[in-house]
Write a protein that binds this ligand. Structure first.
Ligand SMILES: O=C(O)c1cc(=O)[nH]c(=O)n1[C@@H]1O[C@H](COP(=O)(O)O)[C@@H](O)[C@H]1O
Length: 311
């Protein structure tokens, strides 16, 4: 039986990203382990601030996360700062995660005019690209439709996107809340809802509630267009009149852990969309390294408390 009535199997033959992510979250809990090799963390782990230090850090986190988390999210900026050697490590990490059965989210936050966006899409989402991940983070501030090449390629290859909607940092409000009832954030959420409705079939907008075929908070039939909504946004969804369940996409939630949000805060933030949430945590877990058993314990504890809070 198809994963979702009305959903087309991606041309790649790979199961759709939403179905693969739901399976991984059901198996391991709704945790994404962020791989952010900050220079200070390399120091704390006794590793050199070199590409080899970056490599040992990345592969250690992978070893700790494999079989214990749904996904990993390398922060591309922290690889990019080492130039081509950093990108080589990132390629190795993405390949290693694939081999270990971990879904990958490349945190690249790309966004540009459509013609340039085609190249970003090819780099992060195209079949056979050395940097291809299961999903990539995107910035919609050149207009949601400028992301079209990535949205289309993701749907075609069974991959996903996470588009910034309500970010976890306090400065985000100054852009994302603008417009009140017709806020920038709500516009982005409505566009994501329309994109998922296009791919999955059925109607759906962020204002209208769940569309056909997916009940509120149900993660089994999610579309490929996810959103980034910080775990730290408090009551912003109510304040801005956004119904995330109606988006019918996965929700990447940074802010859990080092930025202060706790697992038990998440149900109130996400309401009926709690089942769609993939919480991501980097420093709170990484500070427990470099010993693999301590990292594993941190991953298991986070995955367990998130599963208990979010279902
Ligand atoms: O897209 C992201 O992952 C992201 C969006 C956002 O709104 N806030 C946010 O913190 N992030 C990223 O999530 C990670 C959070 O790291 P920790 O605060 O150490 O858990 C960093 O890599 C951020 O760049």
């Amino acid at each position: 039986m198809p994963e979702h009535p009305g959903a087309q199997l991606p041309a790649s033959g790979r199961a759709p990203f939403g179905a693969r992510l739901a399976r991984a979250m059901d198996a391991h809990g709704p945790l994404c382990v962020g791989i952010d090799p900050h220079p200070g963390l390399l120091d704390a782990w006794g590793l050199p601030r070199t590409a080899e230090g970056l490599r040992r850090f990345s592969l250690t986190v992978l070893e700790a996360a494999a079989g214990r988390a749904a996904a990993v999210k390398p922060q591309v900026a922290l690889y990019e700062s080492y130039g081509s050697a950093g990108f080589a490590v990132l390629e190795e990490l993405l390949g290693g995660a694939r081999a270990a059965g971990l879904l990958t989210v490349a945190d690249a936050k790309r966004g540009d005019i459509g013609s340039t966006m085609e190249a970003y899409a090819a780099a992060w989402l195209e079949e056979g690209s050395p940097l291809a991940a299961d999903a990539v983070t995107l910035s919609p501030y050149l207009g949601f439709e400028s992301l079209r090449p990535a949205l289309d390629l993701a749907a075609r290859t069974g991959r996903g996107t996470f588009v910034l909607a309500l970010t976890s940092n306090p400065e985000g409000r100054s852009v994302q809340h603008v417009g009140g009832g017709g806020s920038v954030a709500r516009t982005v959420c409505s566009a994501a809802a329309a994109e998922n409705a296009r791919v999955l079939g059925g109607a759906g907008t962020a204002a209208d509630g769940p569309g056909a075929g997916t009940s509120a908070g149900d993660r089994s039939g999610l579309g490929p267009c996810g959103l980034v909504v910080g775990a730290t946004v408090g009551d912003a969804l109510t304040e801005l009149g956004i119904d995330l369940a109606g988006v019918r996409g996965p929700l990447l939630a940074p802010g859990y852990g080092a930025q202060g949000a706790r697992a038990e805060d998440l149900p109130a933030v996400f309401g009926a969309a709690a089942g769609q949430v993939l919480a991501t945590s980097s420093r709170a877990i990484l500070r427990r390294g470099p010993a693999v058993p301590a990292l594993r314990e941190a991953v298991e504890r986070s995955a367990g408390e998130l599963a208990a809070a979010l279902g």
